[in-house]
Design a protein around this ligand. Structure first.
Ligand code: CDP
Length: 201
C-alpha cells in the first residue's frame, strides 16, 4: 500500500503524513527533507544553487543519517531546497531512493510535490493537500515566532511560483488525486478526512 501526499509549502502535509503513517503502522518519508539536505549542503559549501553538476553529485552521495531535523528546518534552507529541486539531475539522483522506500512493507506514506505524478504514479491513494497563503504563512510564523509575517508570506509565494512553474516535476495535483483544503481544518480533522476517503474505497 502506497499513499502519496503532495502539496505546496507549509500546507500541513508533513503533519498529516506523519499522523497517517502512525495511525496505519506504515513507514513515512518526508521527501522535502531530502531536497533540504542537498540545499543545506550546497549552502554550507558556498556553492551556486544553479550549479547542476555539483548539486547532483551531492544528491547522489547523500547520507540522510548525517543531518539533524532542526538544521533542515532552519530558515533559508527551504529556499535553497526549492532552487536545487528545479535541477533535473538532482531530481533524478533522488528518485531511486524514494521509489525503494515506497516499496517497504506493510505500507508507506510519502509526502512531497511530485509523489503522485512522478515518484509513485501507481500509488494506491493520492492526496493533494493545500491551504490559503494566509493560513500557511500563519503556521510558518508559529514555527519561527521570531521572523516576520511579510517575509514569510513573500517566501511562500516565491516557492509556490518556483515549484509550480519549473519544467521538471512541477507541483500540480495528479489527475486521480483527492483534494484536501485544510485552511479551516485542525490537524485531526484533516487526518479524519483522509482516513474517511481511504475507507470509502
Ligand atoms: O516544509 P515545506 O513544505 O516548506 O517544504 P519541503 O516539503 O520541506 O520542501 C522543500 C522544497 O523541496 C520545496 O520547496 C520543493 O521545491 C522541493 N521538493 C520537491 O521539489 N519535491 C519533493 N518531492 C519535495 C520537495
Amino acid at each position: 500500500m502506497i499513499i502519496a501526499i503532495d502539496g505546496p509549502s507549509a500546507s500541513g502535509k508533513g503533519t498529516l503524513g506523519r499522523a497517517l503513517a502512525h495511525k496505519l503502522g506504515y513507514h513515512y518519508l518526508d521527501t522535502g527533507a531530502l531536497y533540504r539536505m542537498v540545499g543545506l549542503s550546497v549552502q554550507r559549501r558556498g556553492l551556486d544553487p544553479t550549479d547542476q553538476e555539483s548539486a547532483a553529485a551531492i544528491a547522489a552521495s547523500l547520507d540522510p543519517s548525517s543531518f539533524q531535523d532542526s538544521e533542515l528546518r532552519g530558515e533559508g534552507v527551504g529556499s535553497y531546497a526549492s532552487k536545487i529541486a528545479a535541477l533535473p539531475k538532482v531530481r533524478a539522483a533522488l528518485l531511486k531512493l524514494q521509489r525503494d522506500f515506497a516499496q517497504k512493507k506493510p505500507g508507506t506514506v510519502l509526502d512531497g510535490r511530485d509523489i503522485g505524478t512522478v515518484v509513485c504514479p501507481d500509488a494506491d491513494f493520492k492526496f493533494f493537500v493545500t491551504a490559503s497563503v494566509e493560513a500557511r504563512a500563519g503556521r510558518r510564523l508559529r514555527e519561527h515566532p521570531t521572523s516576520d509575517l511579510a517575509a514569510i508570506t513573500a517566501d511562500i509565494k516565491a516557492r509556490d511560483e518556483r515549484d509550480s512553474n519549473r519544467a521538471v516535476a512541477p507541483l500540480k495535483p495528479a489527475e486521480d488525486s483527492i483534494l484536501i483544503d485544510n485552511s479551516e481544518l485542525t490537524p485531526d480533522e484533516a487526518l479524519q478526512a483522509v482516513l474517511g476517503a481511504i475507507e470509502l474505497y
